[in-house]
Design a protein around this ligand. Sequence first.
Ligand SMILES: Cc1cc2nc3c(=O)[nH]c(=O)nc-3n(C[C@H](O)[C@H](O)[C@H](O)COP(=O)(O)OP(=O)(O)OC[C@H]3O[C@@H](n4cnc5c(N)ncnc54)[C@H](O)[C@@H]3O)c2cc1C
Length: 657
Amino acid sequence: MALLNAAPPQTSAAPPEVDVPALTAVLDGRYAAVRDLVRTNLAEYADILVDAEELSIDDFRERVKDVVVEMAATGQTGMGFPEEYGGGGDIGASVAAFETLAYGDLSVLVKVGVQFGLFGGAVLQLGTKRHHDAYLADLVTGRLMGCFAMTESGHGSNVQALGTVATYDPAAQEFVITTTRDDARKDYIGNAAKHADVAVVFAQLEVGGTSQGVHAFVVPIRRDGRACPGVRIEDDGRKMGLNGVDNGRLWFDGVRVPRTALLNRFADVTPDGTYESRIENPNRRFFTMLGTLVQGRVCVGGAGINAAKVALAIAVKYADRRRQFEARSEDEEELLLDYGLHQRRLLPLVARTYALHFAQEVVAGQLHAVFSDTDTPDEEDDQARRELESRAAGTKALGTWHATRTIQECREACGGAGYLAVNRFAALKADSDIFTTFEGDNNVLLQLVAKGLLTDYASDFEDLDQLGMVRFVTGMAVETIVERTSVHKVLERVRDLLPGGDEGDSEAGLLDPDYHLAMLRFREEHLLAGVARRLKRGIDQGANPGEVFSTVQDHVVAAARAHVERLVLEAFVAKVAALPEDDNRVALTLLRDLFALSTIEADRAWFMEHGRLTVQRSKAISRAVGELCRRVRPIASDLVDAWAVPPEMLRSPELVG
Ligand SMILES: Cc1cc2nc3c(=O)[nH]c(=O)nc-3n(C[C@H](O)[C@H](O)[C@H](O)COP(=O)(O)OP(=O)(O)OC[C@H]3O[C@@H](n4cnc5c(N)ncnc54)[C@H](O)[C@@H]3O)c2cc1C
């Protein structure tokens, strides 16, 4: 197999000339106009960044609500809703708009997410025409404010164990909603403390004394600013961030709602009290319902990636102006970005942000395709939906962790100036932190990803809980899983790509994307096969499935993370391959290689432990990462400019000029 590039990268090569607007067009893709509309609106509301620091919590919440309602009037928050209700009828556009909002104040973003994504999305996806007719037009404009009341103090990740109960009363043809115990109060619910008049409440449905599992109901909670009878509302109070969003708690004391309040797309109760659903298996029904809400996860992942862009845009531009120490010439000190260490700290993060951006583009495209497909669902659609859910979970986890890590590094990279609120990092850190937890805790999400991988997304296993999954995996011969994951084939591929084996030329093929992909695929498949082997061994030794799963959980999460990183690299490789041969492609190729090699470098201990890296090769990879950083350095400012964060959102004139 031909090596694409056998020589190590050279600093002396002339840097590519980045065409910034053209690169922005590549990044913005088919939704460039939507993203520009949001950029313009963000710039108009730039003073909200100051309000976030100066207003009282109450005033800031009102301000955020007003901005959200005003933005709704521009159409940018309703792009995913059907046109007959005032929406834009384009799911991909709604994701693009939401992602771009993350350049601005994140309370506004999250309030938009709660109102239109969570509340609106639940009515749209779980409800039927009667609910759409009753609510969508008003919620799209913000005339009707609502909330999404799923989490309880006792249960967040484990939604199937919620304690709120909705009991059907056939005599009155009503559901009676009750908070059955202290920890069944709804908690952290965005919009609940102040602004929502209506809640979509998730509760255990009981019909004729039988529990049918978690279902969603539209429940009025507030009228004329006061809690409805039987509803108790409490404010969650000040939070670490996002203080423009009014999160609160809800209790229901025998609150009656009509039979039609059940969001009945997947299940219904007849007037005389018969439960009906076309999905017989309760587990599958539950996961099908939740699966329709996947857009929220896709959106939060994209928002995390864009929050990271803001931080990097500030830190890179600052590093390109700020001078400290080590005068190279008599009268000027060295630019921070000319220090190798500073390059090493920031530029792999720039590369990873680009990689995640393109991976996000893939998952948003899949979301659009799956949810715009109005044909009768068939098996292929089911498979596509399961893959979408897995990819959305994985990209959300990696994208939001990346935001948290990047924002901290960028803050430090700006020194003391980074600590001043005016320079945005205070808000970025505090407001984006929770992205790793809401819309699914990242560690829990990665376990879902692993479950999909271990069961190969087979529809028969969708209804398996974790323990069922363990039993399934251990019931298969490990060889079957190893065969399916084809580790052995990947091993051969990695060897092919290293002429002379591990002992050969340690620089050879370092910049070959096939080599990068083979390495990440090897890691993923080896980890996955290792999980299967460990599960089987545990069960064979007589341990119970729960115990076995718990023991191997770190391997489970590592396998999922490796899988998602491979998908991210694949997206980057495919994107670059599709570009015309010009300097922008050269620039993105540098970033692609930097992402791939810094990812391998970060896990070099694992690769060495598993015989995939010699000491020499590992050192060659570190050298190549340093060299790539030096080659990216001259174009670093252009690369962050291409994200087109509105200058008003960078806010810090003394940092970014
Ligand atoms: C600002 C904010 C806004 C929110 N908005 C809403 C909203 O509008 N509507 C709504 O319904 N909810 C909302 N939430 C709730 C949010 O979705 C939950 O906090 C989240 O799902 C996590 O649940 P939890 O807090 O109960 O954490 P837990 O599920 O208790 O998790 C705590 C820790 O335990 C770990 N853990 C949990 N299960 C496992 C396991 N099986 N194996 C290994 N580790 C595990 C997790 O990784 C995590 O680190 C919001 C929360 C916040 C803070």
